[in-house]
Write a protein that binds this ligand. Sequence first.
Ligand SMILES: [Cu+2]
Length: 124
Amino acid sequence: MKQIAYTIFGLWMGLAGPATAGPVQISMELGDYRFKPARLEVSVGQEVELKLTNTDSITPHNFVLKAPEAGLDMTVDVPPGASKTVRFTPGKPGFFPFYCDKRLLFFKSHRERGMHGVLTVNAK
Ligand SMILES: [Cu+2]
């Protein structure tokens, strides 16, 4: 009986397999001129799936990260109440700032109001 249980367990493990090496999934909220969380930490060479959700009801935001030397170059617009998902794979360790560059007329940009953060990419 014990043998059968082990066999079934073994089969189940075989079917489920080891944890698949998919992207690391991170959720981030954009709202009230802030990113939450404002600090992200990932590893070099690891694919990241970042879900951006704008929690404001009328203010558009975006996620800008310009570090082409590390394979990171994106501007993702997120309309109020919407979610956008972006995938990227950092190619270099370092600290990479990101921000929202939206601005209403002559007012300060969201970045100037504190809407910025840092992506830390650790070496393997
Ligand atoms: Cu913004």
